[in-house]
Design a protein. Sequence first.
Length: 355
Amino acid sequence: MSKFISARLKELEAYVPGEQPQTMRYIKLNTNESPFEPSPEVKAAVTSGRAASLQLYPEPDCTELSDALAGRYGVGRENIVLGNGSDEILNFCFAAYFDRLSPVIFPDITYGFYKVFGDLYGSDYTQVPLDSGLRVNPDDYIGANKNIVLANPNAPTGIALGLSDIEKIVSSNPDNIVVIDEAYVDFGGESCVPLIKKYKNLIVVMTFSKSRSLAGARVGFAIADSGLAADLNKIKYSTNPYNINSMSQQAAKAALESDEYYSANCNRIIDNRNAFCRRLEKLGFDYLPSSANFVFARKSGVSGLELYTRLKENGILVRRFDNPRISDWLRITIGTKEQMETLAGALSGLTEEMK
Ligand code: PMP
């Protein structure tokens, strides 16, 4: 850090992304990517004329992609905001709404970026503890009279709240913004997108990074009442109007046209998750009931750090968080059947050795 950084940012602790090793040496189960490649239609789209005309700026409004999303989710174009990954949409939300005078709450154990954005914008934020089962207690949010950010399913736990709880949270905080981050909703959660027609304070955040195999393309989006969407677009046009590059616009549009391919992949991941949980049970692990493409697990008496390290030495990358409440837990992305078999074998051998 230099002496020139603004006083406001001196203490900011940046988000630390999961490791992205550039060799294929690892079985990579650490950043919740899809183990499946993009659909053939997406691969064709990124080399199409429109995508490859890189001498031109991309279309800033992403009209075709917005219309395709509006059609897919049964809303209007005016309800859609595109972001460079859903991280950028979350950035827009914090920039637009959560400052020193407009408090926001989110769980103590959730997606780590919420805290980073809170610090970046000097938001007045409070981290609400998950209950002893690492669950979000809806009563902590119903009628809270504060802005709210919830990942549903939550990360890294994978536990989802039902639609009726989400509706109670949204309807009981009419004077505050409720952001529901549905990055993992396609793996078994219940989307609250239908509620946006009823509530003017709800922003649903989604991504192409997980269920649609496009983490590298960086496309996320928000669905919200048109007034809120206009607010978020105001931030987009005040920072980076060309935030979605031409190739990614074409890739995301083609992905929406490959629904069958991606829903089959989601079903495979759900099957692999269920089979892997049965293996974990046999191996004596505790795990949380996941509605996402990852499982949060620990084995009593086994150090999370040691198990993480030993797995890495054995060529398998998973994610561990340096938070005392969950330091012995590992977040394991669900990969292919073969990858999960290899991991289960390694877990069996290593936990036996580490006894
Ligand atoms: N929300 C949650 C809960 C996440 O886990 C992630 C992935 N790290 C994101 C949002 C951001 O994903 P992306 O920017 O790739 O859309």
